[in-house]
Design a protein around this ligand. Structure first.
Ligand SMILES: Cc1ncc(C[n+]2csc(CCOP(=O)(O)OP(=O)(O)O)c2C)c(N)n1
Ligand SMILES: [Mg+2]
Length: 803
């Protein structure tokens, strides 16, 4: 441990006192919010509360060292930090607790996230970047503990990229890489793999990341004994400590109730991280949890009386107060006065927030009561309508659902009636639902004009006699164009750097663009993705490469919980336009099947999922994605890198449209929809089907999320009246999703003369080798016979039984 006990800026004693009293005021305000917050939950006004009580002091020290341009990636205990940097008021805290759906009032997520999840705004209304170097930034928390760690790595690495890579327009994002990424995590959550993976990766990368561990010796009810080897996380991390021979970490340990030690430790850490780009761990011990873990239970159940007494004595706010008095920074009277004032202010803030939360609901309730009175006056079912009205009147503190559900129920009593009063109620219900829709469901994807699906198609152009090259050459030369044109792009993954990826799609590019932009990483999929998220949150355009689709599973939690929800949970206030590149389809073996798309399309709503059938299509997807700013997964066909394709002459320019299918063969008897490598087999079969007089139309889905925005498959089914969806996923997986899109959403059921069907792989993972593939995934004969069977069923005379 090497702490330089000095402050980074000299200030007068009066300023010093004022700072301390400011901190005390925030600490008391935050505690009061926690105390009243718990009561709000226990009295039923809020659903759940998890607060920062007992952990007020360390975040205050962190806030002191936190500078404009820095980023936080933390967890639910950090309300005091957010209050200290001026990004959370007491009133907003209560709005968060009540889940007010107005972003002006509940700026963290407009009620989408539970309270205790904190983010700042990186984007203006029009989607353009704010100047992140002029504000204090927080990436928005997610609930899975340690889920904040992978992105922290990327936030820290961004400083390194901005410091060392030339040519990037960095003015809004970095001041020569002087920014620090600050992580916070609870002691028990350090048991998660994400924590250890991130710690190791940041040590390798040597990035300015400061991880604070708030250690209260518990994870809900489970004590350190069951969480951490030797019950001491900094002790077991000692091997990461740097020394004169090897780079590594600075590891600092400090008591969480000791104000001066905290301030010194944080200032010291901040200086070191900024100057040297060294990662730092601050293990903050002897913290407490005065009200227990959350509102779901009480800690008296699992803490001994002795522990509870120890916690009372070591309460950081109490110790801070004693220190202020002992050092004569303020006297007892002035502190008591300040505390009383804060109590009054927080109570008032709570009441105001509750009134504001209820105001629109109360207004809706009044207008609905009027409408029900008018409806009752003309309806033969007056008694029932009055009952609904009186039930509504009885709800004194109504939620939206209390009001709208009554209105919808009332409509059932006037079925078959026709009056202007009924029409007024119908209109009211529709307007209410329309108003609520964006409050709860906007921003899963971008809602700005420049969104990915609006990027226009640019077709590949070819010389009159184009050279036929391996698919990987098209990718490689297109990536070369990308890295040449966009200095903010970078790619990293296992074997992506020196050898230029396992299939040589990046061959030679590291030599040309440097080790920071075309980089090898450790085998650590979750933090490869997290690295990408963090970099993308600060204006870079990362491409995170996952070597094979099957190993995306290691990163799935981060992709699903963090990246895919980012735009939604910030209501469009932050974005991370990360491109995840991987390869899959038609691979062989249980863990190399390359086929788990059914899982992905369900878990990754909020991302685009693209399944190009060849490398020209894939390259076009990368070009399209870089013209916009949304996250996507591109699954290249592993068996397509060595297949010959004509070399386009407009590399870097052509754009494959997203959300548009391609009809690769026209036909009149049946519509076959497929994607990826399986599509090549379908195309072969379509030729064979001609031999028995079946003319199939073949459509390449190309993009699974979103699928066929223009409803071209419907147009095809209107012509063929038959539909078969083929893929190599499990039964009920991606093909079932495509079927639902076509039959239910596009309404193709109206045009079908035969039952729509899917042909998929078997339920088990594919067996190994060519026979394993043949008997596990749909093969050419399976496809042929399935199509034939459909034709036979509808016309046995022309298509007699095959077997
Ligand atoms: C991945 C995951 N597992 C379990 C939980 C449920 N959970 C929420 S908080 C918590 C304990 C965390 O303890 P610690 O990290 O020490 O933080 P503290 O609350 O003590 O500050 C648990 C188990 C969760 N949110 N996420
Ligand atoms: Mg804990």
């Amino acid at each position: 441990m090497s702490v330089k006990f000095q402050t980074s800026n000299d200030i007068s004693f009066d300023d010093f006192k004022a700072q301390i009293l400011y901190d005390y005021q925030i600490a008391v305000t935050s505690r009061e919010c926690s105390l009243l917050g718990r009561r709000e939950v226990l009295t039923g006004k809020a659903k759940f509360g998890i607060f920062g009580d007992g952990k007020e002091l360390p975040p205050l020290a962190m806030a002191r060292a936190f500078k404009d341009g820095d980023f936080r990636s933390g967890y639910y205990r950090d309300q005091t930090f957010m209050m200290s940097i001026g990004e959370l008021t007491a009133k907003e805290f209560f709005h968060g607790l009540y889940a007010t759906t107005d972003l002006e009032k509940e700026p963290m997520s407009a009620g989408r996230q539970m309270g205790g999840h904190f983010g700042t705004y990186s984007l203006n209304e029009d989607g353009s970047w704010k100047d992140l170097t002029k504000q204090k930034n927080s990436s928005p928390d997610i609930s899975p503990t340690a889920g904040q760690m992978p992105r922290l790595l990327g936030l820290a690495q961004a400083s390194k990229i901005y410091r060392h890579v030339e040519g990037i327009k960095s003015s809004k994002f970095s001041n020569e890489g002087n920014e620090v990424a600050w992580g916070t995590i609870g002691n028990a959550s350090t048991s998660e793999g994400h924590f250890f993976e991130t710690i190791n990766a940041a040590g390798v990368l040597q990035v300015p990341m400061i991880v604070s561990i708030w250690d209260d010796e518990y994870g809900i009810s489970v004590p350190a004994k069951y969480q951490t080897t030797k019950e001491d996380i900094s002790k077991i991390l000692e091997g990461f400590q740097r020394d004169k021979d090897a780079k590594g970490y600075e590891i600092l340990k400090v008591n969480g109730w000791d104000y001066t030690a905290l301030i010194h430790t944080y200032e010291n850490a901040s200086d070191m991280a900024r100057e040297e780009h060294v990662p730092i761990i601050i293990h903050v011990v002897e913290l407490t949890q005065p009200q227990g873990h959350s509102t779901s239970g009480s800690h008296e159940r699992y803490k001994t009386e002795a522990r509870l007494e120890w916690e009372r004595e070591h309460d950081c706010n109490r110790r801070f107060r004693e220190w202020i008095l002992a050092n004569k920074i303020a006297d007892e009277d002035s502190l008591s006065e300040l505390e009383k004032r804060i109590k009054r202010e927080v109570r008032a803030a709570k009441k105001e927030a509750w009134d504001e939360f209820l105001a629109p609901h109360r207004e809706a309730k009044s207008s609905l009561i009027r409408l029900l009175e008018q409806l009752g006056s003309v309806s033969p079912n007056k008694t029932f309508i009055n009952k609904v009205k009186n039930d509504l009147i009885a709800v004194e503190e109504p939620l939206k659902k209390d009001v709208i559900s009554k209105a919808r129920k009332a409509l059932r009593y006037v079925l078959g009636e026709d009056s202007s009063q009924k029409q007024a109620l119908v209109k009211w219900v529709e307007e209410f639902l329309e108003d609520c829709e964006p409050k709860f469901s906007s921003h899963l994807y971008s809602e700005l004009p420049g969104k990915v699906t609006n990027v226009p198609e640019i077709k590949p152009r070819y010389a009159s006699n184009p050279e036929l090259v391996d698919g990987r050459i098209i990718l490689r030369d297109n990536f070369d164009q990308i890295f040449g044109r966009y200095p903010e792009t970078l790619i990293f993954g296992e074997d992506s750097g020196a050898i230029g990826d396992v299939n040589q799609g990046l061959e030679g590019l590291q030599r040309k663009y440097g080790e920071l932009r075309i980089a090898d990483t450790g085998i650590r999929e979750a933090t490869i993705v997290g690295q990408g998220i963090g970099l993308a949150l600060i204006g870079l355009r990362p491409i995170a490469e996952i070597q094979y689709l099957d190993y995306l599973m290691y990163a799935l939690q981060t992709l699903s919980d963090d990246l895919a929800t980012l735009l939604y949970r910030t209501v469009g206030k932050q974005k991370a336009p990360l491109i995840v590149r991987t390869r899959g389809h038609r691979l062989e073996g249980i863990w190399h099947s390359g086929s788990q798309l059914g899982g992905l399309i369900h878990l990754l709503r909020g991302m685009y999922i693209l399944v190009p059938r060849n490398m020209t299509k894939a390259a076009g997807f990368y070009n399209t994605l870089l013209k916009s700013d949304e996250p996507a997964l591109v699954v290249e066909s592993l068996n397509g890198y060595r297949l010959k394709e004509p070399l386009p002459s407009n590399l870097g320019d052509f754009c494959t449209p997203i959300g548009v299918v391609e009809t690769v063969k026209t036909g009149s008897d049946i519509t076959l929809v497929s994607y990826g490598s399986t599509l090549r087999i379908v195309m072969r079969v379509a030729q064979e089907l001609k031999e028995v007089g079946i003319d199939a139309e073949v459509i390449d889905a190309q993009t699974l999320l979103p699928f066929d925005i223009q409803r071209d498959v419907l147009k095809s089914v209107q012509k063929t009246n038959r539909l078969l969806v083929i893929d190599e996923d499990v039964p009920g997986g991606c093909a079932a999703y495509l079927m639902q899109e076509i039959v239910e959403k596009q309404g193709a059921y109206r045009y079908l003369d035969s039952a729509p069907q899917t042909l998929t792989a078997r339920e088990h993972r594919p067996a190994y080798a060519s026979d394993g593939d043949y008997f596990s995934k749909p093969n050419a004969e399976d496809i042929f016979e399935k199509v034939y069977e459909i034709m036979h069923e509808s016309n046995p005379a022309d298509y007699p039984k095959l077997r």
